[in-house]
Ligand binder design. Structure first.
Ligand SMILES: Cc1cc2nc3c(=O)[nH]c(=O)nc-3n(C[C@H](O)[C@H](O)[C@H](O)COP(=O)(O)OP(=O)(O)OC[C@H]3O[C@@H](n4cnc5c(N)ncnc54)[C@H](O)[C@@H]3O)c2cc1C
Length: 377
């Protein structure tokens, strides 16, 4: 049985990014995903501007810009009673865009393949064993072996579950998502709409389709669906994709020859549309550490460096996430914010700028600077 340097379970943005960076550095990388790509995903399809530097390093920023997409110029927050406030988003080549996950994820996975990663689609990991190396089994009975294992298999991570690390979660909320015909005059904007039963996110993904997400609780989600059917004149048999949980405790991202990245490690509130960035960047950081470990560099310092850089990615951003969660779990509170922002938009502008500016690029740069200073000591 071939021994891989690294096996990555999950070929979403986290897994593909990790595999691509590992393969780029010459490692024998394996990716296993249970789906056949291209596949859709429950997501708002919005790409935060912080993603661009990682996509540049993967040399796929231009191919991403060539995919059918919408440039998003503004974000409108709508309160329960309909009052709204709109803020402009940064413009330019590194602006926020929306692109279907079927296209984006497929491009990323293809990039990891081009760089030399071995990718098996329609391959579900079902069992794990650890001797010196990792041995794992798939639903079809295949077995694989790798020195290092990466769980990049999303919020309901099988790898975390098989390692007894997956936190229990209450089924507090559930999300529905569909691509529907783009309403005339919708505009190049994101709409975040508070509703009595939860909230809805809307963004055009191309010239003809709108990404529509609904987030509610199990008892209220059917009311939200009826609201959407009425609002967007959808047929009663409209197909919806669904996902839960929307919140859960994090899984420590690093263990002995085992990493968790993206949603498998930490699930963030979808309202702020940052999950893809965290997935891409944590994949890149894990790859940096894995390359050092496989090459025989000091194991401990590689892990410490990863842990520091990983914490830095989230530093100063999680409070926004908590604030967003508070606002969406109690939509009346969210609506109150919209009313308050109409009177004084500076606070909302500050929060939005923090989320959609290339703020993360600044934190990447300051982390790099700090590392340089520490290394030079
Ligand atoms: C309603 C909603 C809206 C969102 N909107 C946005 C947004 O607009 N912008 C944004 O940046 N983020 C958004 N997010 C978050 C974003 O979707 C996630 O953060 C992102 O998909 C995480 O990427 P990942 O690679 O970690 O996991 P995933 O994208 O979930 O990929 C995991 C992969 O693992 C595979 N897999 C799972 N189990 C196994 C197994 N046992 N064996 C093999 N393969 C397996 C799956 O098939 C999948 O391809 C949203 C989330 C929700 C719920």
């Amino acid at each position: 049985m071939q021994l891989f340097d690294v096996a990555i379970v999950g070929g979403g943005p986290a897994g593909s990014s990790c595999a691509a960076f590992c393969a780029m550095a010459g490692l024998k990388a394996l990716v296993l995903d249970r789906e056949k790509f291209p596949r859709e995903k429950v997501c708002g399809d919005c790409l935060n501007p912080s993603c661009w530097p990682v996509l540049e390093r993967l040399t796929i920023a231009d191919p991403v810009r060539d995919l059918p997409h919408s440039k998003l110029c503004s974000v409108a927050f709508i309160a329960i009673e309909g009052c709204q406030v709109s803020l402009d988003l940064p413009s330019g080549p590194n602006c926020e865009i929306s692109v279907k996950r079927s296209l984006f994820d497929d491009l990323l996975l293809k990039r990891s393949r081009e760089l030399g990663a071995i990718v098996h689609e329609q391959t579900t990991v079902t069992g794990l064993k650890r001797n010196n190396d990792w041995e794992f089994e798939t639903a079809s009975g295949q077995t694989f072996r790798a020195k290092i294992l990466v769980g990049a298999d999303g919020r309901n991570s099988t790898v975390a579950h098989l390692c007894n690390l997956l936190p229990r979660h209450a089924r507090e909320r559930v999300a529905l998502q569909a691509h529907i015909p783009l309403p005339r005059d919708f505009g190049n904007r994101i709409v975040l709409q508070f509703l009595r039963e939860g909230y809805s996110g809307q963004a055009p993904v191309n010239e003809t389709q709108l990404n529509l997400c609904l987030v509610g609780t199990p008892p209220t989600i059917s009311k939200l669906r009826r609201w959407a059917e009425h609002q967007f004149q959808l047929p009663a048999d409209q197909a919806w994709r669904t996902i839960t949980p929307l919140t859960r405790s994090s899984v420590p991202s690093v263990h002995e020859n085992l990493f968790f990245i993206g949603d498998a490690a930490r699930v963030v509130e979808p309202f702020t549309g940052e999950g893809i960035y965290y997935a891409l960047r944590s994949g890149e950081l894990a790859a940096n550490a894995i390359v050092k470990i496989v090459r025989g560099d000091d194991h401990k310092s590689a892990l410490n460096e990863f842990s520091r850089a990983y914490a830095q990615v989230y530093r100063g951003r999680l409070w926004i996430n908590r604030l967003a969660r508070a606002a969406v779990v109690r939509p009346q509170l969210g609506s109150f914010f919209v009313h308050a922002a109409r009177l004084n938009p500076s606070m909302l502008r500050l929060l939005t700028t923090k989320i959609v500016s290339s703020n993360a690029c600044h934190s990447e740069r300051s982390a790099a600077k700090r590392n340089e200073v520490e290394e030079s000591r």
